[in-house]
Ligand binder design. Sequence first.
Ligand code: NAD
Length: 511
Amino acid sequence: IFGEQRKNSAGINIDIESEWRPFSESIQTFRQHQWQAGPIVNGEILTGETLAITAPYDRREAVGSVVFANAEQVEKAISVAAEAYPSWSQLPAAERAQSISRLGDLLEAHTGELVALCHREAGKTIQDSIDEIREAVDFCRFYAAQAATDFAEPKQVIGFDGTTKLLSYQGRGVFACISPWNFPLAIFLGQVSAALAAGNTVIAKPAEQTSLIAFRAIELMLEAGVPAGVIQFVPGTGAEVGASLTSDPRIAGVAFTGSTETAQRINRTLAARDCEPAAFIAETGGQNAMIVDSTALPEQVVRDVVRSAFASAGQRCSALRVLFVQEDIADRITALIKGAMAELSVGRPELHSTDVGPVIDAGAREKLLTHIESLKNQAKVVAQAELGEACLHGDFVAPTAFEIGSIEMLKNENFGPILHIVRFKASELEQVIDQINNTGFGLTMGIHSRNERTYCHIERRARVGNCYINRDQVGAVVGVQPFGGQGLSGTGPKAGGPHYLYHFTKDVFNA
Ligand code: NAD
């Protein structure tokens, strides 16, 4: 059912007129559309008090409304999912996979609407929104294909006496999937499709900022044939809905992506339960660095630095936060960064000319502005992009680059378009690697060097999940660049990689 060779989806190239024009018309249809979302329990959309959703790039623009799940609805969702688990887990893996793969097709068929929704609710640029939908499609097809092949038959284990034993993989029970707003469809569906394909039933809780697109995804999932008892949708805040899910003893596993602090809180909640320990998959934040030595090509470095630090308004977990530049070329690199930042266009994300859109909400904006203000007293501003009139009514933060004395000045992840530059001497390379490792985070790292011994050495010593050499450090591709961190950046396994699905299963051995 999946063909010999699974391929990632083609997406849409907005620079090719014949691809862009019909597609832009399909987005246009949803320019004024208002979406409604609410809890979906056993296939039924539940009602309650509605909250208005507005666009991050212009808070005067209404996008729709959402009803958050109340305690009783969350309780019912868990009961329904627990009841549906035995029959779903016993279905042949290929049958489960079929409906998840069909969801990939439905997402693709609704790309215009989903791009419009992603762009208006999460404030992503059109290109980022297209990439978002593509990644979601790829996750569905990748995990479906893997489940259908890996879990079709038990694996045979031959004993020393020649007898055959069987090792099979089964779901764990009810999985809570808790996701962030920065990949509101791709990460949301990546978690959910993996948990379902592995044979679990799921309670999906999206980030409170992006409930609308997650709701549409669940509607399409039901249309694709996932049974109503198997997938429950409970939008709401982390403190209420998230916490009541993770404290419930019927939850057999939690797939979480978000900040390190929230992962630690969930870990404590799970540990305090007086029941079977739950599986916990956490993908969290980073303090991602790039090391540039004097052999690097400055123009290439600056292209990759600007993309890694400022694309998606710096709201990617993989984004570059701290750039270490060898002293010998630091003046040249900072001058080029300053020049490139002067060209950045910050504004409404639907325009092709926009490089950097808004941040997600007023809370994020305030936090980033506080960080910028406090650094202005302690560090040198290298460059700050301009915010034009188009930014007046939205939650925008001007991309800013600082030169700072040490990475140790940064205590937390600053999740937005802020770059910190640190100079180092050639003799200090080991110290630089130690300082990066000592942050405790370990998500992505970039290296720019034409010296093979240098980049191999840094790569070997760095404690990070994903290391990128002589390129940018954002935009991992499903099935090709498995993604995930270590240390404070997450438990693993890597999403979009060969081992992810197995962490949603328990293995059963029959001797
Ligand atoms: P967040 O931690 O604030 O929220 C993430 C999710 O957790 C949301 O759905 C939220 O409602 C929920 N939540 C909050 N408190 C909870 C609680 N007590 N119990 C249960 N659930 C709770 O993160 P965010 O601001 O939505 O996302 C940005 C963060 O995500 C950044 O730190 C970023 O680095 C990280 N991230 C990591 C990856 C990765 O793959 N490593 C990918 C994307 C984002």
